[in-house]
Design a protein around this ligand. Sequence first.
Ligand SMILES: C[S@@+](CC[C@H](N)C(=O)[O-])C[C@H]1O[C@@H](n2cnc3c(N)ncnc32)[C@H](O)[C@@H]1O
Length: 427
Amino acid sequence: MVARSDPYDELPYKSLPIEWAAPERLALASLLHGGPRQQLDAYAVLELGCGNGANLLPLAYYRRHATFVGLDGAGSQIEVANARRSALRLSNLSFVAADLADAAEQLSGEFDFIVAHGVFSWVPDEVRDALLELCARRLRPGGLLYLNYNSRPGWNLRGLVRDFLLAQTAGTTGLPTRAREAHDCSARVASLTADEHPFTQLIINEFRFVCDKDISFIAHEYLAAHNRPYWRSEFLDLVKGHGLDHVADADFSYDSGRSPEDLAHWLSEHKLTGRALDDTVDLLCYRQMHSPILARGPLNRSAPSPEEFANLLVASCLTPCTQNGGGSSMLQHPSGCLVEVTQEAVRTGLTELPAIWPRGLPIGATFPDVSRAMDELMLLQRNGLIELRCVEPGDFGVRGGPLNRLEARDGYITTPYHTCEAVSEQT
Ligand SMILES: C[S@@+](CC[C@H](N)C(=O)[O-])C[C@H]1O[C@@H](n2cnc3c(N)ncnc32)[C@H](O)[C@@H]1O
């Protein structure tokens, strides 16, 4: 028997739904950053490098009003994806087995959203360029493209661990065996406690990170033939070459994507730009990954108007807390974080919401003066303390159906909000 040459056929990547890449979340990020507005009644989504469809299956299952196409070069993964699509009878989803390098002819039409998670950094430069060309050609004007990548300088340390693991396991054949060996070596390094030097601790933490990961992640992140981190300025230049501009980071309101509020402004004021302002922000945040949303340039940004903002929904699980010394009202997030809300009307509106969480209410119906409330609500959103939404995914369906039964075999379920929850047995 001839050995299969595709590493993703040899050891499939264990994919999960990507919460912040759900179309309505991309649309919200774009709106809040003044980017193109999306029409969410009906739309078309393309996912490149979709693997076994773990991201697209729940999107298509809950969002019957939209259509979805997934493309991947690993035939075994497309077989799994197609089997699951048939089991769930999803007529709004199709999969294509094709290499990105020559996929353009196998797709037709334009897409409102294109998503490629875990692809850009992990393919040779010529495939990356084909990916960009394909996206530029298939993204409809005003559409949104999500492309994540490993980022300098934070990923550089991970790259050093990769160099070590590649060398350490070089004599071993078979990707699964090699990945298990890389895991075991990392566990041995991570057990080293003799040296308390902060740099040693830093690198040992990276080895601990490897130990906590699934074998498929270790194989495709650390032992992959290609894994290239980019400076943000380098990435932005590359996409600009294909007529694409940066709108926002999809995870701008999550821990992974948040940068200190005034850092860029402070660096600029103090003329501490370095090679590029964005790169210096990433240097100081030690950024390891970016999840940018792009659109066809040049972008004409326009901030959301109070009317647009009033049409959004707000969901919150902040609960009232004690009054602080200054008389401002405090709310508490389930994480334990205490939140000061300066406007009484905002506080009153938010206290209606925990009872219906995770559902939200229209902002216009919840806050009497939307223009005044906007900035405070956006600040809470950026800090991950409330959720603003373009639509209510709770209306898309209920959890616990055939999709979740199928997913539970892999140890998780996806909700209509495209959040993922671990489960230990079938729901
Ligand atoms: C790291 S996995 C990411 C899978 C999924 N998007 C996720 O984030 O979980 C990369 C995927 O891209 C696909 N891929 C890599 N190079 C490709 C190529 N040249 N053409 C088509 N698909 C490719 C692989 O088969 C694999 O399924």
